[in-house]
Design a protein around this ligand. Sequence first.
Ligand SMILES: C=C(O[C@H]1C=CC=C(C(=O)O)[C@@H]1O)C(=O)O
Length: 446
Amino acid sequence: MQSDYRINTSSIIQLAESQRTGQPDTSDLWETALLLGFPAALWRLPNQQDKHLIVSFEEVLPRVSADLDELPAGFLISPFDNLAKNAPVEAQLSEHLDQTGIVPQTLFLRADIQATFLEPGAHTAKQIEIKNTAGTTADRFWDTVDVRSKTKRSQPITSESPTPILDPGAQALYEENVVKAIEAIQRGELRKVVLSRTKQMQFVDVPNAVKLFDKLCQKYPSAFVSAVSIPERGQIWISATPERLVSMNANGVFQTTSLAGTQSAFHADGTAKHPAQAMWSQKEIEEQALVSRYIIECFKKIRLREYVEEGPKSIIAGNLMHLGTSFTVDTQAVRYPQLGTVMLRLLHPTSAVCGTPRDAAFNFIRQHERHDRELYSGFLGPVNIDANNEGPTSSIFVHIRCMKLEGRLATLYAGAGITENSEPEREWQETEMKCQTLLKVMMNDE
Ligand SMILES: C=C(O[C@H]1C=CC=C(C(=O)O)[C@@H]1O)C(=O)O
């Protein structure tokens, strides 16, 4: 199945800027994709300036197994429930997950058009690459871009701040579930479970996703910021996530992070806290240690011992602070080039979004959460993208601090890790703070 999506990268042709009339910007390409019904992904990696955009010409996206070694250049986005998690480890490690009877659920946006833009705000097209997709679709796309870039008007994120859709029972329901989770933990059925909730906001007019994306990039330089348009679902997902799930750089260096424990990044008087001075409770230290232990268990399953562990230390994530530990492996030194793919299959869903033991926590979530998580707490990110001619890199993140846009309706998602020492009201407040990461940007459209 996957060979259908393999493209010979030698067929990438460079399109000199002078060949185009006027320089298209991110909005031109994004809006054209939306207009023509093509899926698109826009992203900015943590602590980088360049913004990347790809457009796929496949209106209905292929469902693939998340194989970083097989997939061509593109963008993966997976739901929380991607049906592979209950498979035995042997099946998860199998080269052909989709041949084991498990239906792969990860959506793949093939990079039929790939663009890299320099400098936040400047939007100068540094480089535009077009895959040689034999004509008509690409021509139609570029003709539409040309027309649009001549007639475009700059629009703000929204003309008015969105208003919350009140859900009077939401807090009580959430806190009830936290109490049930604590009871299940006390009975020894689980050690930790991440319970999530939603918060809905109504815009007066359809918000400008690119402007929202730009503002998130400015406000959260260390986050992975993205906007992904999925026309077949009528959705745009926007996020500013602090959590790296799996990355493989051009030199074969693998990285993953364990993130948990949450507190505000600001003192009560509004001044910023210094990460080195942050105080963490026993509950938070244990909660994060469970995520690290889960990662180490995954390494153990594949008998990998040569990893570098750094942390835990306090990490700033926009308006919040977390405890984080990073794990690095030189896959060339350990002769394990497929480590990224194997760990992606083993890690998701980590204890940062699901819990421990994983299957018990997953079943608890399925039984008690009333909403469908959809793409929240799944994973997403670019695969085999060679932006600077240094070789293909893949960077997959946990899909948190995100929202789903359906026309004028925004649904925000946030979860909190519940352990034996959790206090229901505090956990609810924690999800409120997590929603603020995106809300601050949506509300404050100066
Ligand atoms: C599940 C989320 O965050 C996770 C990541 C960092 C800290 C977390 C926590 O303190 O509970 C969560 O495990 C979310 O933002 O929806």
